[in-house]
Design a protein around this ligand. Structure first.
Ligand code: FAD
Length: 451
């Protein structure tokens, strides 16, 4: 009798993990607490319920990283993508989904498999034995959250994200910005130049504050409490407290000299910090915000050096339970301190339906392979799956880790291609071609191993 795989949470990630493992021949039990125990966002007892928008975002697998993830999941026979395709709604280049029939299809197809059982119960601890995947999502139940904290330490599990916008490095105008850490602090040249600085004159600063105050903001969902404030005030809240507050906070100009115009003392400075080991992404330090996405791009492009910025992700603050995955998980998505447990989905620090399902797909395959005694080759870093899992399990800066959408900034650059906005189309096509080849080769390798 093969060992069972227990999957906690039957959302996007847990459902996909169960499908992949069961199709590899492993018996699976999904432990889903709904409908017995509810969350503030879910409304049904279905597996894979979409809690808010009904969009899987862009379906363009040549020019868009999330579209590429769709492609890779389809190539791997993913249930979430097949069910989304079956209930697709017209939405231009995006993949919009008829949410109720979608979740019903996922539920029916999973429960129709002879080796899948669903047990409606809340799991409140991290077992010492057996094979487990925890895919309990952004609204992980409080009792389980306590158990995870007890295992990982309080610093390693967050209950809110506070996401500062992330900019593609090659879209920052380095004729305006300069590299320097405040007071040139640091032991090495790399540390002394760890930040990118964007200067502001008094007039620019005044206009910037006016724009922040006037911008449209998003409200918290019902049931989300606003106890996030300690240490991560949204910039608009700081601006509301006083026009000078930001200049004394994240935008303070002290300890910095404009390398392009040393005699010109900036009135305020916006700092960006490297966000990944590849150096392709920079986050705007301290700029977590509830401004609406359209308003954010308009306001942040007022900053000198960011006039043409492209954003890998925009800022936000949400109720969101997630691990500091770069420190806690190994490259097989196992908890280092308890390797019989894997984590998958949004709780690992990815963001979004598609990314969560993708991480479920990987965790399901990795866990099933372990149970079956097959060692899988490493997930190729040039695929979208590999770029994302590599980011959360080591590529991201652990100290400032916040949830991440898939984006091309997570990919290793392709040599010999032009940077910047002009080369973008060719570059993205090169990334997606390379990713598809790498992912197809990985899948073929597994099929050969299993044969
Ligand atoms: C209010 C809100 C709005 C969002 N809006 C969007 C959006 O518009 N677009 C988007 O892409 N993403 C959105 N997200 C993020 C979205 O939740 C995730 O992208 C996706 O659902 C995560 O998939 P998952 O499988 O990791 O978690 P989920 O889909 O949430 O699944 C986790 C499952 O685990 C169960 N569970 C939790 N704790 C336990 C326990 N102890 N025992 C047993 N079962 C448990 C839950 O009931 C749930 O079914 C939103 C999140 C929230 C909270």
């Amino acid at each position: 009798m093969k060992q069972q795989l227990h999957i906690v949470g039957g959302g996007m990630a847990g459902s996909e993990a169960a499908w992949q493992a069961a199709r590899m021949g492993v018996p699976v039990v999904i432990h889903e607490m709904r409908p017995k125990v509810e969350t503030f966002a879910h409304k049904t007892g279905n597996l894979a319920e979409m809690v808010c928008s009904n969009s899987f975002r862009s379906d363009d697998d040549e020019q868009n990283a999330v579209g590429l993830l769709h492609w890779e999941m389809r190539a791997a026979g993913g249930l979430i993508m097949a069910s989304a395709d079956a209930h697709r709604l017209p939405a231009g280049g995006a993949l919009a989904v008829d949410r109720d029939p979608f979740a019903e299809t996922v539920t029916e197809r999973l429960t129709a498999l002879p080796n899948v059982a669903v047990s409606h119960e809340e799991i409140t601890d991290l077992p010492d034995e057996g094979h487990w995947i925890f895919a309990t999502g952004p609204l992980t139940s409080p009792a389980l959250g306590d158990a995870i904290r007890a295992e990982t330490g309080t610093q390693a599990l967050a209950f809110f994200d506070a996401i500062a916008p992330i900019v593609y490095a090659d879209s920052i105008d380095m004729d305006q910005a300069w590299r320097q850490s405040r007071y040139d602090k640091g032991e090495t040249e790399e540390e002394r130049t760890a930040y990118l600085n964007c200067p502001m004159s008094r007039d620019q600063y005044d206009a910037f504050i006016d724009a922040i105050l006037a911008a449209d903001k998003t409200e918290f969902h019902d049931g989300e409490t606003a106890t996030y404030f300690d240490g991560c005030l949204p910039i608009e809240v700081m601006a509301e407290r006083g026009r000078e507050t930001l200049r004394h906070g994240p935008m303070k100009p002290v300890g910095l000299t404009n390398a392009h115009r040393p005699d010109d003392k900036p009135h305020a400075v916006v700092q960006l910090r490297r966000d990944n080991a590849l150096g392709t992404l920079y986050n705007i330090v301290g700029f977590q915000t509830k401004m609406k996405y359209g308003a954010q791009t308009d306001v942040f492009r007022m900053i000198s050096g960011l006039e043409n910025a492209r954003f890998a992700r925009l800022g936000g603050i949400h109720r969101n339970t997630f691990l500091n995955a770069p420190t806690l998980l190994d490259d097989q998505m196992r908890l280092k301190s308890k390797p019989n447990i894997r984590f998958a989905g949004q709780v690992t620090g990815v963001e979004g339906y598609v990314e969560s399902a993708a991480m479920g797909l990987l965790a399901g395959r990795l866990a099933a392979a372990e149970i079956l005694g097959h060692a899988l080759p490493p997930v190729p870093q040039d695929s979208a799956m590999g770029a994302l899992v590599h980011h959360i399990t080591g590529g991201a800066e652990a100290r400032t880790f916040q949830p991440m959408n898939v984006n091309f900034g997570l990919f290793r650059p392709v040599d010999g291609l032009r940077g910047g906005r002009r080369g973008r189309k060719d570059r993205y096509k090169a990334y997606t071609d390379r990713a598809k080849a790498a992912w197809s080769a990985w899948l073929a390798q597994i099929e050969l191993d299993a044969a």
